[in-house]
Design a protein around this ligand. Structure first.
Ligand SMILES: Nc1nc2c(c(CN[C@H]3C=C[C@H](O)[C@@H]3O)cn2[C@@H]2O[C@H](COP(=O)(O)O)[C@@H](O)[C@H]2O)c(=O)[nH]1
Length: 344
């Protein structure tokens, strides 16, 4: 890692620092305890488990040899699905209508069914913006998918590196990481610049690494923590700092916005990438989920059931993210922060 990058704080340390200095976002301990209790109950009834990822029909089964490279392409493109006017990017596939993240998955599966080599870097390392636009084309009446040029550039960048250094498959990046999530995270952000989700906060270089961490988390979840998905240190991965989970944390009164910040969000204004408010929302979200994870583990150990459940920031994140989709209507009154970004 070159010297300037060695000073970057890890996402966990960045989140702790940001939460301690935050002016516009507050984490409420009472909300953390209450939601931790709810998560404990959902662990018991199996609503929350490592199975959630594979339960979704658009995600590849771990038995699919291209699953790892499919996840790599999806998480290279897994950002910014919102439109300023609130319309949804929508893709219909096999008789079902999908929006946002799942619309991206549907479009890629549609292309794959049509014989496009979407998981092959020989295909996407040369891809043009026009081809990406066609590949990810939404339904008639769908909002346009933003940042098409940036998506094409991301695919070309990561495809070229995969061909040059990893024999054309992300499986070789997994092998080079020897079952360590931390090593894989470092490999991703060092080898693939479009994953370098970093910012300046006061005099510190902080990181969120949302797409890099969700790439590790999705592989872990797809393979249920075994075989290619085995990581001895998976708990090093934090929550994925997107624009949806903060809505859920506010809903459960785990996180609270200052009146001034709420006013900015409610007017639907687009925030400047790297602004203090954005950094505080993202950093406090990560730290809040770390606190949730520790509280749930404390409840489990008090009940003497520590070894009965897998608890970490990834499955808590998945629960919160899925919750937002399940209750999209009820949560629509809680605004999300809109930043034009290739990072989340
Ligand atoms: N924190 C977090 N952010 C996530 C995901 C996912 C997809 N995860 C799937 C894989 C395993 C899980 O079980 C999920 O089924 C997408 N995103 C982000 O959300 C935003 C779009 O949201 P919406 O408008 O609703 O489509 C966008 O920033 C996108 O990057 C997640 O899991 N956690």
């Amino acid at each position: 890692m070159n010297p300037s990058r060695s000073k970057i704080l890890s996402p966990r340390k960045s989140a702790e620092l940001i939460a301690s200095e935050s002016k516009h976002v507050t984490i409420l301990e009472s909300g953390v305890q209450k939601l931790a209790q709810k998560i404990y109950e959902k662990l018991q009834d199996k609503t929350i488990s490592i199975e959630m990822f594979s339960q979704h029909e658009l995600h590849p089964p771990s038995s699919d040899p291209s699953a790892v490279d499919w996840i790599f392409v999806v998480d290279t493109l897994n950002f910014c699905f919102w439109s300023p006017d609130g319309a949804h990017y929508t893709v219909s596939y096999k008789g079902k209508k999908y929006t946002g993240y799942f619309a991206l998955c549907a479009a890629l599966n549609r292309a794959k069914d049509a014989g496009k080599a979407v998981t092959d870097p020989k295909f996407y390392s040369q891809i043009t913006s026009k081809e990406v636009k066609e590949l990810l084309q939404g339904d008639d009446g769908s909002a346009p998918l933003p940042l098409i040029d940036e998506r094409a550039e991301c695919l070309r960048q990561v495809g070229a590196c995969l061909l040059e250094k990893y024999e054309g498959s992300f499986i070789n990046c997994l092998k080079a990481s020897h079952g360590s999530a931390e090593s894989l995270l470092n490999l991703i952000v060092n080898e693939f610049p479009c994953f370098r989700d970093e910012a300046i906060f006061k005099e510190f270089q902080v990181s969120f690494y949302k797409r890099a961490q969700i790439l590790v988390g999705d592989i872990w979840a797809c393979f249920k923590g075994k075989d290619l998905g085995f990581f001895s240190d998976i708990d090093q991965i934090t929550m994925f700092a997107d624009y949806r989970v903060p809505q859920v944390l506010v809903h459960f009164e785990v996180m609270q916005y200052s009146p001034a910040l709420l006013n900015v969000l409610e007017t639907g204004g687009i925030m400047e990438s790297g602004c203090q408010e954005e950094i505080e929302i993202r950093g406090c979200s990560i730290h809040a989920v770390e606190l949730l994870s520790s509280s749930v583990k404390a409840i489990l150990s008090k009940a003497n059931r520590t070894d009965q459940f897998i608890v970490n920031s990834i499955i808590i994140d998945h629960f919160l993210w899925d919750f937002r989709r399940q209750y999209a209507q009820e949560l629509s009154s809680i605004p999300f922060h809109k930043v034009v970004s290739i990072y989340y």
